[in-house]
Design a protein around this ligand. Structure first.
Ligand code: ADP
Ligand code: ZN
Length: 739
């Protein structure tokens, strides 16, 4: 027999090994193994066992198999192989997602504790006898007899030489020594009070019934897309669906975007399922290696019934799946931006069909792709058109910044009507959120006289103005520079005051509303581990009146006392060279607006913009998702953008511009030779962000009807191709990052 092994250390090759007689029947796909590679022994994973091979001579045998069960089960192995194929990525990179590094060592690093347990009931005389022959053993035994549940951890006893004493007692047949793995639970010690489901509204009930039908008979139901306006009670429906899944004896997985994986979200799930709290596992990027290890083992050993996690949780070894929920399915953070560049929502649909479980995608602003799938009947559409409890949708007002600009000269940051509205809320002790989409170039230092923009010398990106230490920072590579005294272009001194960032908004707000309690929440102010949790806690309990923030505060948060949301500049992000720019702006405005008026009081949203008539802004204003979809899908069809085609983006980068460009052109030539004319080629062109971290980047985009056909044709070419030194290629299938 031959085993194909993906070796941890060698990303690009699968190697063949002989299965020695001693391991026949034991070695199966998914087992971790130690195999010889040159003069070393290395770790790897068996991908396949077969009796055929081109040649048996010279094959070396597997050294040993690790553990008594496969670490990666067949269903997941099949998923990994599919992902590797579709995303044109080495299999090993996907196995890395399934088996994080802390789980790859041969030795178990879980914390094990040894316990002493009574082996049988013990008479008083026996103890008396023991006291004479082995007084210290007797002492240990008496401690054990006093312990609760007849069991005590070695650590707790605090006797010197306890291991030796315990073994002595064990030899006498009085006690047994057991080892138990201690689960490192980041939520240990937190108490989640049970929280019962509210009675569902008629609409919610109808939606839930369809979902339950799908959970019961997943093979007869396509994936479900739940389009429900913000605050319509989607989460309540997920909870109901999970409840039903558990009742059927199956497990559930919930994916949420990393930034929505807040304490609030976790609490909602943990509280609803308080009675099985320990079987609700949360996986996020801040887990320590130990916590990740333990969470994985708990899931692998069948100790988890609900897993909540961000993108990478799609790969956890949860068995007996009955339901996969993808909340905020439109979120771009489901797409991994490094190899393997998979999309967790798409994998959820795939995993669901492979494991025969229901898949529920939910969003207030479904991605064009998903809604299109629902229109075509590939998904089934479910809708919630009103907010839970009939609360009304917030009123959205558009403030045209063009008119305001000319009066005082320079840019207006908070328009007078927004200031008045804030004043009113503060006076009524209601809360306000000010939102700045900072992924745009707003925080650039732009000279108002000559238009000069301060740029990073290593990346073709404007530098971001940071007020705290008065520096310019490149958000791609971290390059910092001093703020120029005068514009490098025209020597005008006012350039120093032109950046608008959250810090500047905070400063202005403090001047305008001196009595308000103000906090800022963005990537810079949230570097401390619990800062996020603390600020949200203070805001929730009403100790902050005005919260200023970026994307971080746009999603999923629920604060009943927020009655006003101000969007500082809706245009940021609208003019990026990306066919999804309009969609993203629409989504963001709708989501931000959804933060207002979640309580008894009517919510209001002020959107400041220089382009008040752009469709993304107008449709968001009227809460008109379908209107937006209709017009956007026409635009996509007209230009052949996804979902009317599939994209593959090849990025070639090198420290020398010519080298990158040359390699891109060579690659394009070679591909053109093998690809049919139905593949639409872009010319190799400098990426919109041409230079990142000192590397010049060239794009080659391919548009096709079917990705798998393209991959089959392209892979052999890419594998044979050798690039000059220092030139790298990244392959992105269904790309989201087009800059
Ligand atoms: P979404 O996930 O769509 O934004 P949520 O599930 O968070 O909506 O619901 C919004 C608010 O309405 C929450 O406070 C939730 O507890 C409440 N809610 C949802 N469904 C009901 C219901 N049937 N009865 C009462 N309150 C509800
Ligand atoms: Zn840079």
């Amino acid at each position: 027999m031959i085993a194909q092994v993906a070796v941890d250390a060698s990303t690009h090759r699968i190697l063949n090994y002989l299965v020695p007689a001693s391991l026949q029947g034991k070695a199966e796909a998914g087992f971790r193994v130690r195999v010889p590679l040159r003069s070393r022994l290395v770790l790897g994973t068996i991908i396949e066992i077969s009796s055929e091979a081109e040649h048996f001579e010279g094959l070396r045998p597997i050294h040993e198999i690790i553990g008594s069960t496969p670490m990666i089960r067949p269903t997941l192995l099949a998923l990994a192989q599919w992902v590797a194929e579709y995303y044109c990525a080495p299999l090993e990179t996907i196995l890395r997602c399934m088996l994080p590094s802390s789980l790859r060592g041969a030795e178990m690093t879980s914390r094990e504790r040894r316990f002493l347990m009574l082996a049988r009931s013990i008479e008083g005389e026996e103890i008396a006898h023991l006291q004479k022959v082995a007084p210290r053993q007797a002492q240990l035994l008496t401690t054990l007899l006093k312990a609760k549940k007849g069991k005590v951890a070695f650590q707790e006893v605090g006797l010197r030489g306890i291991s030796e004493l315990a073994r002595g007692l064990e030899r006498r047949g009085l006690v047994s020594i057991v080892k138990e793995r201690v689960h490192r639970d980041p939520f240990a010690g937190e108490v989640f009070l049970p929280n019962d489901a509210p009675p569902l509204s008629g609409d919610q009930q109808r939606v839930l019934e369809v979902i339950i039908g799908s959970i019961r008979a997943p093979d007869r139901s396509p994936p479900l897309l739940l389009h429900g306006v913000t605050g319509s009670g989607k989460t309540e429906i997920y909870l109901g669906a999970i409840c039903e899944t558990l009742r059927l004896g199956r497990t559930a997985m919930v994916l949420v975007p990393e930034i929505s994986l807040t304490p609030q979200t976790v609490e909602r799930f943990k509280s609803r399922f308080a009675s099985i709290q320990e079987e609700v596992i949360v996986i996020h990027s801040h887990l320590s290696e130990g916590e990740r290890f333990d969470a994985w083992h708990k899931i692998h050993s069948g100790g988890a019934r609900i897993v909540i996690g961000a993108r990478s949780a799609i790969f956890v070894p949860l068995e007996n799946l009955g339901l996969i929920v993808v909340d905020e399915e439109h979120e771009n953070s489901y797409k991994q931006e490094e190899a393997p560049r998979y999309h967790a929502r798409d994998l959820a649909v795939l995993r669901g069909s492979k494991e025969k479980c229901a898949v529920l995608l939910g969003s207030a602003t479904p991605s064009l792709e998903s809604y299109f799938n629902a229109r075509k009947g590939k998904y089934r559409l479910l809708e919630l058109r009103t907010r839970a409890d009939d609360r009304s949708m917030p009123i959205i007002r558009i403030l045209d910044l063009r008119r305001l600009k000319h009066h005082g000269g320079g840019n207006i940051i908070l328009s007078p009507s927004l200031c008045v509205a804030i004043q009113e809320r503060l006076a009524r002790q209601e809360q306000v959120i000010l939102f700045l989409n900072r992924r745009g170039f707003s925080t650039a230092l732009v000279c108002a006289v000559c238009g000069h923009v301060c740029q990073c010398p290593d990346c073709s990106l404007s530098l971001t103005y940071h007020r705290v230490n008065a520096r310019l920072v490149c958000h791609l590579c971290g390059h910092t520079a001093k703020i120029p005294e005068r514009c490098p272009g025209c020597k005008d001194p006012t350039i120093r005051y032109s950046g608008i960032g959250t810090q500047k908004i905070e400063e202005i707000s403090r001047q305008l509303f001196p009595n308000a309690r103000i906090a800022r929440m963005d990537a810079d102010s949230m570097t401390r581990k619990n800062a996020h949790r603390e600020v949200l806690g203070l805001f929730k309990s009403g100790q902050i009146d005005l919260l200023i923030g970026t994307q971080m505060i746009a999603k999923g948060l629920h604060f009943p006392n927020v009655t006003l949301v101000g969007v500082i500049n809706a245009d940021l992000g609208l003019h990026l060279p990306d066919f999804r720019a309009g969609e993203r702006t629409f989504q963001l405005l709708t989501q931000v607006a959804g933060r207002a008026g979640r309580g008894e009081m009517q919510g209001e949203v002020f959107v400041q913009t220089f382009t008040p008539f752009s469709p993304a802004i107008q449709f968001a204003r009227h809460h008109d998702y379908e209107g937006f979809f209709e017009q956007e899908i026409q635009f996509r069809e007209c230009f052949g953008h996804p979902p009317f085609s599939r994209l593959m983006l090849l990025t070639i980068r090198a420290a020398h511009r010519e080298r990158a460009e040359f390699s891109a052109q060579t690659l394009a030539r070679k591909l053109k030779k093998v690809l049919p004319t139905s593949v639409i080629f872009g010319q190799p062109a400098p990426a919109p962000l041409e230079k990142v971290k000192g590397q010049f980047r060239f794009h080659l985009s391919l548009r096709v009807k079917s990705i798998s056909k393209l991959v089959r044709l392209i892979r052999p070419v890419l594998e044979k191709m050798s690039f000059p030194e220092g030139v790298r290629l990244a392959i992105d299938v269904d790309p989201y990052q087009l800059l």
